[in-house]
Design a protein around this ligand. Structure first.
Ligand code: HMG
Length: 391
């Protein structure tokens, strides 16, 4: 390992949607044994956006507590990672910046590479802070995972936004060099511009993910990274929580290590608490894993965490972070618990109605039904523009 390990995640906050559909409800509708969802893929429920929620409203809700704790004077860059883009030209970070009244002296950009995008954003943020240690960068990961109804992917939907403040001398996690990186040209999952739902070859996507785990780890080891046994926990991208277990088992096999299921549960189990009830939130998923780990594990001060970020298509990165002593007094455990339990459970009919709904594309004036009780909402469309407001 080499380099400056004094830059990393200073604060982390997440938000999710107004509604939640349980896998028990989905199973009762489609006749799937519920054990397939609960035990087979490791999912209990999934967040479903209200008509007036999207990646911008979730992102603004995730960012607001960070701005209220730290102010915005040092934030000069916002990097918004998403694969649920609302505009082909304009960055979704701009309406977030506006809703929060952030200073005009800010650069904003949107990044995309499937679920991997937020890790690229984090690495770019670290580079910017390394250039000027007095600046902070706001990294936002916000996505809605949506597949066609009555497909195998449907049980792996979800939605959330994670906001992270990246700075020098962070309060939560220092991010280390090196990174191990990997790219392969694979069409395992994709969403052409004209589609609202993703297309996926489920089995191919699982094996592409495992291939990427190997590739990113191999590069990480070649770059002089830590040994596997130095890590106390591993945050994997979690399209469904059982994928993290599969991935870690695969990594152990690849490294010629013992497959001890108890040990795998020890290093993975606490990263899954939020994803199992929120579902796949694409770019935000791995960082929800980190939030769950920090919020719920015993003291992790000084311990190393491994991160495996995967984005279909495919790009992956393995990197390490060290937990900063004293981090527990900077967590948002109660607020995170609240955003999960405040969701309103919906029945299958309401879920289907929301799934099938799409916003008009005629450019006329349209008031979006008032549904969310979150802090920000998509209020209207007018002249092909989205109009947001505090609720
Ligand atoms: P499927 O065909 O519905 O399910 O597809 P299955 O038959 O493979 O069963 C799933 C597991 O449940 C199996 O366990 C079964 O044995 C078990 P495994 O063999 O995997 O250990 N099972 C049961 N367990 C208990 N009781 C039962 C029972 N029945 C079966 N009664 C699949 C599952 C995940 C493929 C599907 O949901 C899908 O296509 N999802 C979308 C794609 C996806 O999530 N891929 C993951 C890797 S790609 C990725 O992570 C990137 C992504 O996030 C996008 C991005 O990067 O932007 C997706």
């Amino acid at each position: 390992m080499s380099g400056d390990f004094t830059i990393g995640i200073h604060d982390l906050s997440f938000a999710t949607t107004q509604f939640v559909l349980t896998h028990a409800t989905l199973a009762a509708y489609n006749g799937t044994p519920v054990g397939k969802y609960h035990a087979g893929i490791g999912q209990r429920s999934m967040s479903v956006p209200a008509a007036d929620e999207d990646v911008v409203t979730m992102a603004a809700a995730a960012v607001a507590p960070i701005v209220s704790r730290h102010g915005s004077d040092l934030i000069r860059t916002i990097v918004f990672a998403t694969e649920t883009s609302i505009d082909q030209a304009r960055a979704a970070g701009i309406p977030v910046h506006s809703l929060l009244g952030l200073p005009s002296a800010t650069r904003i950009v949107e990044l995309k590479q499937a679920c991997y995008g937020a890790t690229a954003a984090l690495q770019f943020a670290i580079g910017l802070v390394r250039r000027d240690r007095s600046q902070q960068v706001l990294v936002i990961a916000s996505d809605v995972s949506k597949y066609d109804l009555d497909t195998p992917g449907e049980a792996t939907q979800g939605a959330a936004a994670v906001a992270m403040l990246v700075s020098a001398d962070p309060a939560l996690v220092r991010i280390e060099d090196p990174s191990g990186v990997f790219t392969a040209d694979i069409m395992d999952f994709w969403r052409p511009n004209y589609r609202a739902t993703a297309l996926v070859d489920g089995k191919e996507s699982v094996s592409a993910y495992l291939q990427a785990v190997e590739g990113a780890w191999k590069d990480y080891a070649e770059q002089g990274g830590r040994r596997l046994d130095e890590f106390s926990a591993f945050c994997y991208h979690q399209p469904f929580t059982k994928m993290a277990y599969k991935a870690h088992r695969h990594l152990l096999q690849y490294c010629g290590s013992n497959i001890d299921e108890g040990e795998i549960t020890r290093v993975i189990g606490q990263t899954t608490a939020y994803n199992t009830v929120i579902g796949n939130s694409y770019t935000a998923s791995m960082y929800l894993g980190l939030a769950a780990l920090l919020d719920n594990a015993d003291d992790l001060s000084h311990q190393a965490i491994g991160f495996l970020s995967y984005g279909s298509g495919s790009v992956a990165e393995f990197f390490a972070g060290t937990v900063v002593p004293g981090y527990r007094s900077h967590l948002r455990r109660a607020a995170h618990h609240e955003v999960i339990v405040r969701r309103q459970e919906i029945d299958y009919a309401k879920y289907r109605e929301l799934h099938e709904q799409s916003l008009p594309v005629d450019g006329g004036d349209y008031r979006v039904p008032r549904e969310t009780t979150g802090p920000y909402r998509l209020a209207a469309l007018s002249g092909h523009k989205r109009i947001y407001e505090p609720r």
